[in-house]
Write a protein that binds this ligand. Structure first.
Ligand code: ZN
Length: 416
């Protein structure tokens, strides 16, 4: 994999701020960050004398943090009110252009690392040759087409498998084409016509094989789990990350409802898997419904289920399940600039602010198996650094406006 040449410049400079995020202590502390060759070389006391030849970026008055990590986006999707129709109407080339633009939007909003959780095969070009992109990109970990069953969730991305040989062949191809994450659709999904979200579609043996194959190759594994049984099986298979954990069941009236299962939740807790809750997905649409005077019963149902989702998230937090920040950007009414909104909802849903910061930095890096080099302001880590104008420990909306973005030592958005 080639790195964007613009991102590896040899400059050596310092960032000074009285408020720099310290992962270990879970608070902001004064310091000077020395950056060289795209990496953090040292953290020195703020009073340290800087050599006159070195440049200094003064971020006093800003809160300085590692670049945000969004663990779940779909770069090819339009984030409109009808992303599937847009996807089907566009050619592969058009989607690739869209994907680069969406990735750039993530970067300028402060997301310096993103995982794509499902795309066509062609989009892996962005993972292989980020140096060819006409716009600056965040670090991308691409899952390529999700592994799915015939007619299963997102089958039109061409990740359909029929047996274990095809699962191995899929992961071989994924790795060869630049994929750096293995995604499976363990249940159906709401976006794919004909696929049932409350249905678990892979056996325990198949899920074990997928997670084991990913582990063997050092790739992070991620499982889409809406149905309760799909959560259980994926936790038993020890996927690095479980997406949504919706606890979907179909009730007597044929309506899909969220029924929290404490026993399955404890299986998740014991598995060590992280959870990606995407609480903020489509909240702009839901906010509109909340203000509407004459809602349909289906719309009222959606609002009730949203409240239950946030409640269930609080229960998972109480169990101590590690949370990671992802928002399914690209799906319905979920723009690529909105990672800040997921942070705000994580806090609203009961995650302490320091843990929400970890969910979007060090914790997310851990679920992506890159925590030895990404997600902290520490010596030897990639110089992915952002600044915001208010204290995220106090202000859940702090990430709405980033005032400075650096990716691997390259200033993407200079401080005003
Ligand atoms: Zn998704």
């Amino acid at each position: 994999m080639k790195e964007d040449p613009a991102v590896s410049q040899p400059a050596r400079y310092w960032i000074r701020s009285p408020t720099i995020w310290c992962e270990e202590r879970g608070r902001f502390e004064p310091g000077l960050i020395l950056i060289g060759d795209g990496q953090i070389r040292a953290i020195e006391p703020i009073a340290t004398a800087v050599p006159a030849v070195d440049a200094v970026i003064d971020l006093s008055g800003s809160w300085v943090l590692p670049g945000l990590i969004n663990t779940h986006v779909h770069l090819e999707f339009s984030a409109s009110s009808q992303p599937l129709a847009d996807f089907e109407a566009e050619t592969a080339e058009e989607r690739l252009l869209r994907a680069a633009g969406n990735a750039h939007r993530l970067l300028t909003s402060g997301v310096t690392t993103a995982r794509d959780c499902g795309s066509s095969w062609i989009m892996l070009a962005l993972a292989r040759r980020p140096d060819l992109s006409p716009v600056m990109l965040p670090r991308l970990l691409c899952s390529g087409p999700p592994i799915t069953v015939p007619k299963g969730h997102l089958h039109f991305m061409h990740g359909v498998v029929h047996d274990h040989d095809e699962i191995r062949a899929h992961i071989d191809r994924l790795e060869a084409e630049g994929g750096r994450s293995v995604k499976v659709m363990a249940s159906g999904g709401q976006m794919t016509p004909g696929s049932l979200p409350e249905e678990t579609v892979f056996t325990q043996e198949s899920l074990n094989l997928i997670a084991d194959e990913a582990r063997r190759r050092g790739l992070p594994s991620v499982s889409h789990v809406l149905a309760t049984e799909s959560i259980r099986r994926s936790a038993i298979a020890r996927f690095d990350s479980l997406e949504h954990c919706a606890f979907f069941e179909r009730d007597g009236q044929g309506v899909i409802v969220r029924i929290f299962d404490p026993e399955v939740a404890s299986v998740v807790r014991d598995s060590g898997s992280a959870m990606m809750a995407n609480l903020s997905t489509a909240t702009r649409y839901l906010d509109g419904l909340r203000e509407s005077a004459n809602r349909t019963s289906a719309e009222s149902h959606s609002l009730r289920q949203f409240d239950i989702m946030v409640e269930n998230f609080g229960k998972m937090v109480e169990l101590g399940i590690p949370m990671v920040c992802g928002n399914d950007a690209g799906v319905r009414d979920t723009p690529f600039e909105d990672t800040w909104l997921e942070f705000a909802w994580l806090v609203k849903g009961g995650l302490p602010a320091a843990d929400a910061i970890r969910a979007a930095t060090s914790g997310a890096a851990k679920a992506l198996l890159i925590d030895d080099s990404v997600g902290r302001i520490a010596r030897g880590y990639s110089a992915d650094i952002i600044a915001v104008a208010s204290d995220p420990l106090v202000d859940p909306m702090a990430f709405r406006h980033t005032t400075f973005v650096m990716r691997a030592g390259e200033v993407i958005r200079p401080s005003p």
